[in-house]
Write a protein that binds this ligand. Structure first.
Ligand code: OFO
Length: 173
């Protein structure tokens, strides 16, 4: 059984994962409209995976005697200045998610909730991968600069940057 404090923290994380899914979905749609089909595919996959992260949390809360709450979400931005700005936002967002997960891990230790602590380790590993992938993308974009041919190749190859499995391939998702 989870304590009300842990339940609240987990439900906060449900909101964050659902928001992540929405943000990446909006990014994917923008990229698709811009004719960047590889980037769009990558972001659609990322959006789906964030929804799975949300679902895992929701089910865990219910399994542990709490109530997973489906949140109301604010609309994400519809437009982006460019590819670099978009992926910088992805990186910043993932860093924020990692910070929040780390805070939750800390709460679990303070509350001596070792079951939830154990459950959260999957998210800790996932965030290491997601941040690394976002940094790798930013490094490539810096190399490309304003080279249009480079951007064409980047869009063509982005889905294979992580071995073609999409972001968040950390084990049993
Ligand atoms: Fe990338 O946020 Fe989920 O964990």
């Amino acid at each position: 059984m989870i304590s009300p404090k842990i339940e609240k923290a987990l439900n906060q994380q449900v909101i964050l994962e659902a928001e992540s899914s929405q943000i990446y979905l909006a990014m994917a749609s923008w990229a698709e409209v811009e004719g960047l089909n590889g980037i769009a595919e990558f972001l659609y996959t990322h959006s789906d995976e964030e929804r799975v992260h949300m679902l895992k949390l929701l089910k865990f809360i219910n399994e542990r005697g709490g109530h997973g709450i489906v949140p109301t979400l604010k609309a994400p931005p519809h437009k982006y200045k460019g590819i670099r700005e978009l992926f910088q936002e992805v990186l910043d967002h993932e860093i924020h998610v990692s910070d929040e997960i780390n805070k939750m891990v800390d709460v679990c230790l303070k509350e001596k909730d070792y079951t939830t602590h154990n459950f959260l380790q999957w998210y800790v590993s996932e965030q290491i991968e997601e941040e690394a992938l976002a940094r790798k993308i930013m490094d490539k974009l810096k190399l490309i600069g304003d080279d249009r041919a480079g951007m064409y190749i980047f869009d063509r190859d982005i889905t294979s940057l992580d071995g073609g499995q999409g972001p968040g391939k950390n084990g049993n998702k």
